[in-house]
Design a protein around this ligand. Sequence first.
Ligand SMILES: C[S@@+](CC[C@H](N)C(=O)[O-])C[C@H]1O[C@@H](n2cnc3c(N)ncnc32)[C@H](O)[C@@H]1O
Ligand SMILES: [Zn+2]
Length: 178
Amino acid sequence: MARTSRNNQTSSKSAAQRWICSRDSAIHGRGVYAQCDIPDGTRVIEYTGARITKAEAKRREEQRLERQKRGGDDCVYIFDLNKKHDLDGRSTRNIARLINHSCAPNCRADNIRGHIWIVARREIAAGEELTFDYGFPYAEWRLHPCRCGAKRCVGYIVNKEQRWRVRRILRGRRNLSP
Ligand SMILES: C[S@@+](CC[C@H](N)C(=O)[O-])C[C@H]1O[C@@H](n2cnc3c(N)ncnc32)[C@H](O)[C@@H]1O
Ligand SMILES: [Zn+2]
């Protein structure tokens, strides 16, 4: 049976399935949705995948860019785990891989003793799409247009601390156009 503990920790794989389901998303491809109201602070699902070195992650990212050039699947599933390792969450067993990015997310990704958990950052109503901030590096912002639809969406997937820079560049571009 699906259970949560008093501090809202998801205690089994089936518990995650109780909270969420996946379907087509208005943001991108498939997304993950709340099946019922999810309390603030709930560990909804673990982001699982193969633990790979940074060098291997770089090699897989290059392969992804090649696929993108050929018009193939360009989804990023590699998750920054720590200084030495990343997680490749591409496996279809990892439902959390379907969670899209938002500039105003309702979840966050917490590294809890080496495991990445998607945690509700506020109460999430049944039917809402789950999102978290991918926190992509500033150097790559042009590669990742954002369609999250949030009021303050910057238009690109980039970490929160650097969004002001992207906004400044985009403002400059607008001022240049006739
Ligand atoms: C981990 S996948 C998310 C699941 C994806 N929707 C799917 O169907 O597989 C990450 C990819 O989804 C897309 N994506 C996620 N959030 C997005 C957003 N806010 N705007 C545009 N594309 C997004 C990007 O292509 C990104 O590389
Ligand atoms: Zn956005």
